[in-house]
Design a protein around this ligand. Structure first.
Ligand SMILES: [Zn+2]
Length: 177
């Protein structure tokens, strides 16, 4: 079995470590004293685990974000969500107060009882239909503060394919360069 991998040498590592990144890259972190033969044997020994994790990672949609561009992404997210919220709020006849862009790890958006909306700054790197789904989802919470049938019926008025879009969103993995 020949698995391409990235070898990282570490002065701190006392044992070899194995990781499969969300973009399916295999990374081995090894102490300086480990020879290549030992590393290769380590990989072969864990090949089943590696294959499983590569397969899992490949089912994902990996989106790359450059850390130095975060400020730019925040601006882009605000411009996008402002425009799309205004568009959908008109269709629904809903009013919101303020839009805030946040640096959240796993949440894409939220809606407060006071009528404020917040969105993850990474929303601008998502495919437009996925970003629209997130925006519509939070807007509809202005009318329905729950995930009831009424809520989903409301979402479906502008995003009828919301189920598949949600599934798509769950496959999104953001990696930082
Ligand atoms: Zn919700």
């Amino acid at each position: 079995m020949n698995i391409p991998y990235l070898l990282k040498r570490s002065t701190r590592a006392r044992m070899m470590r194995l990781a499969v990144y969300p973009d399916a890259r295999v990374v081995v972190t090894a102490p300086h004293f480990s020879g290549l033969g030992t590393i290769e044997r380590f990989i072969v020994k864990h090949s089943d685990w590696i294959s499983r994790h590569i397969a899992r990672a490949r089912g994902k949609a990996v989106i790359r974000v450059q850390r130095r561009k975060i400020a730019e992404l925040k601006k882009r997210a605000l411009a996008l969500t402002s425009a799309r919220c205004a568009h959908f709020a008109t269709i629904y006849g809903l009013n919101y107060r303020k839009i805030t862009i946040r640096a959240q790890k796993s949440r894409w958006g939220s809606c407060s009882r006071a009528g404020n909306l917040s969105f993850n700054y990474k929303i601008g790197v998502l495919p437009p239909h996925v970003a629209d789904y997130i925006i519509v989802h939070e807007l509809c919470h202005l009318a329905e503060m729950n995930h009831s049938k009424n809520f989903w019926d409301l979402v479906a008025k502008t995003v009828p394919e919301h189920k598949t879009t949600r599934a798509e969103l769950r496959q999104v993995v953001v990696v930082y360069d």
